[in-house]
Each structure stands twice: as structure tokens, then as C-alpha cells.
Design a protein around this ligand. Sequence first.
Ligand code: ADP
Ligand code: MG
Length: 244
Amino acid sequence: MAENKIEMIGVNKWFGDFHVLKDINLTVKSGDRVVICGPSGSGKSTVVRCINRLEEHQSGVIRVDGVELTNDKAAIATIRSEVGMVFQQFNLFPHLSVLDNLILGPMKARGLSRAQATDRAMHYLERVRIPEQADKRPAQLSGGQQQRVAIARSLTMEPKVMLFDEPTSALDPEMISEVLDVMVSLAQDGMTMIVVTHEMGFARKVADQMIFMDGGEIVESGPPEPFFTAPKSGRCQKFLSQIL
Ligand code: ADP
Ligand code: MG
């Protein structure tokens, strides 16, 4: 097992002529909690999407648990099987029950029997505190509950790293804390995670490393204490003053 769960070294990406990621360097050690913030369009989603190859980088090196991300299909499959991702939109299958949403991956990708997958699914539904919703369809749940199902679904694959891309941005305000509470408890259990969020209360509570992106660059990074109290760059100061 590699000590560095994620390494990005000099990563660049273009969408056509548009240079969206500029020389990104990022190291996430086992058990680290990294929070990425920054204005809309700064490249935050693109960074996390490159890590599980939803987007392809054009130069530099990305390694996940020691495996380099290249066009090699086996490497991509290995990496995807170790990285869980939770999006702003929950992406649950609407025609399936919550339980069926959760057992699909473990049965198809991990070879579990239906009974084993059901046990595992119920374990993680309890972990996100909604086991009683197992037989409902996603549309019968609140947004906060649906996002907790999406987190549980990721956990059923027992990933080594979890990526969260603005997981509470689509939620009504009163549902944000139930999702953040689940994420805090995952962090306390030692999950390695990268979280794109503007929830700075959450960030202060769990982050080991804060990253501020602007214009496709990491403009500022470091531990939360100096980051929040004494940001060095003007761009980061301005951003924090707008959201805090
Ligand atoms: P953020 O998550 O910080 O809001 P994104 O990573 O989504 O930023 O996007 C960064 C920039 O790249 C934005 O200007 C966005 O419009 C652009 N972009 C994102 N995806 C694509 C794409 N598939 N094709 C072209 N441009 C894109
Ligand atoms: Mg985004």
C-alpha cells in the first residue's frame, strides 16, 4: 500500500485551447482530508474528475495508491475501483429502490452474492443513519437523504479514497448539516478524502490541508490555521471575505 494515496505532479489539462488546469501539484497521504475551494469555473471539479479519469489530463503525472493513471485500461479500472465519488447531483437510479441502488455495484464489480451485498448495503445505510429508507425509491426521499444514500452507495465499494464535489450545493439549507455530519464522521474514521466545498465550518473542523484554486491554478495551500486566519494571496483573502 502506497503512503501517498493521491499524487498529482505538474498536471496540465486543456479543453481545446482553454488551459483549464495549470501545473497542479497535490499530495494526499493516507488518512488526509483535503478541502478545495475557489470561485466557480476555477477548475475544482476538473481536478477531482481527473483523479478517476472522468477527464483526461494532457501532461504531468497522476498516481492513485501508487498506480499511475495512463490510457492503460487495467490501471484505470484499478483506480476507479479504489476511488469513490459523490457529486452535487446524487445520480441515483430513479427506478430502483434505495437498497437495489446499493447492491448493484458490490454484486457486479465485487462479485458479492445478493445476500452478502444486502448485508453490506444495510451496514452502510445504518452508517448514514437511514436504514429505514431501504425499500423506498429515491424520489420518495428528501435531498439530504438522497445524498446520504449516494454516500452509502460509494461506501459499499469500500473505496480507499473518497472524492466529494460540492456534495451539499444542491441541497436546501436545512439538509446541509445532515450530509456534512456524515462526512465529518467518515473523516473521524480515517477516510482519505478530497472535498470540494464552500462549507468553511466543515473545512475548519476536518481539513488537514486547504487548497484555494483560481483560474486553473492552486493559488494557496496549507493547513487550515494560517489559511483561514492569514491567507497570503490577495485573491484568497478576497474569496474568503466573500464567503465567510
Ligand atoms: P469549478 O468546478 O471550479 O467551477 P470546473 O472544473 O467545472 O470549475 O471548470 C473549469 C473551467 O473549465 C470552466 O471555465 C468551465 O467552463 C470549463 N469546462 C469545464 N468542463 C468543460 C468541458 N467539458 N469542455 C470545455 N470547457 C469545460
Ligand atoms: Mg465544480
